[in-house]
Design a protein around this ligand. Structure first.
Ligand SMILES: Nc1ncnc2c1ncn2[C@@H]1O[C@H](COP(=O)(O)OP(=O)(O)OP(=O)(O)O)[C@@H](O)[C@H]1O
Ligand SMILES: O=C(O)C1=C[C@@H](O)[C@@H](O)[C@H](O)C1
Ligand SMILES: [Mg+2]
Length: 174
């Protein structure tokens, strides 16, 4: 399949953006860029460290700048970009990804919490994941709805189910 636009995956923490990007790479043979990994490479530190030492606002600034660089590059050489879960909250990021094919991976709170509890690398999810998730969903769901070209739903089922929904819906991309 010929992918002409960069594909950007958005969704709440644990929705499967990174995992689905890796699976899509196998199907579409398009390179994958994981924004969280990219930021850690660029800053030569961890996201947790940036949050702890410089604060969330500085992290969001670095994130928005990196998304702009990656999307610009991906317009020439299409790529599958998995966005950090909170990037969608930055207006500049929403503007930048408007030229891409935005796929929103949604999942129930129960599915997300079961995945989030499996690891603790998410600084925002360290304390009280249930309430944090509720708050993030309230803030971010309207933004996801605003930017997406396609919405897919991830369940406890295999990741291939998500990939199938994406392959069926890719034609909805502008
Ligand atoms: N469809 C799926 N089926 C089963 N496990 C999944 C599925 N999607 C993701 N996972 C698992 O759930 C966990 C979270 O997925 P992943 O890291 O891809 O989420 P993310 O959306 O990138 O989160 P973050 O916003 O924190 O980067 C991982 O352990 C991953 O392997
Ligand atoms: O949901 C969020 O705000 C975040 C999600 C992760 O992908 C990281 O980008 C960081 O931990 C912030
Ligand atoms: Mg991720």
């Amino acid at each position: 399949m010929n992918v002409e636009l960069p594909i950007v995956l958005v969704g709440l923490p644990g929705a499967g953006k990174s995992r689905v990007a890796a699976e899509l790479h196998k199907v579409l043979s398009v390179p994958v860029v994981d924004m969280d990994e990219m930021i850690e490479k660029k800053t030569a530190t961890t996201i947790s460290h940036i949050f702890a030492e410089k604060g969330e606002a500085e992290f969001r600034r670095i994130e928005a700048e990196t998304v702009r660089e990656i999307v610009q590059d991906a317009q020439l050489n299409p790529a599958i970009i998995s966005l950090g879960g909170g990037a969608i909250e930055t207006p500049q990021v929403r503007e930048t990804i408007a030229v891409t094919c935005v796929i929103h991976i949604d999942a129930s709170d129960e599915v997300l919490l079961s995945r989030i509890r499996r690891n603790n690398r998410r600084p925002l999810m360290k304390d009280d994941p249930e309430n944090t998730l509720m708050m993030l969903r309230r803030r971010r769901d309207p933004l996801h709805a605003q930017v997406r070209d396609l919405k897919v739903v991830s369940t406890h089922g295999p990741v291939s189910e998500v990939v199938e929904q994406i392959m069926e819906g890719l034609n909805l991309c502008k």
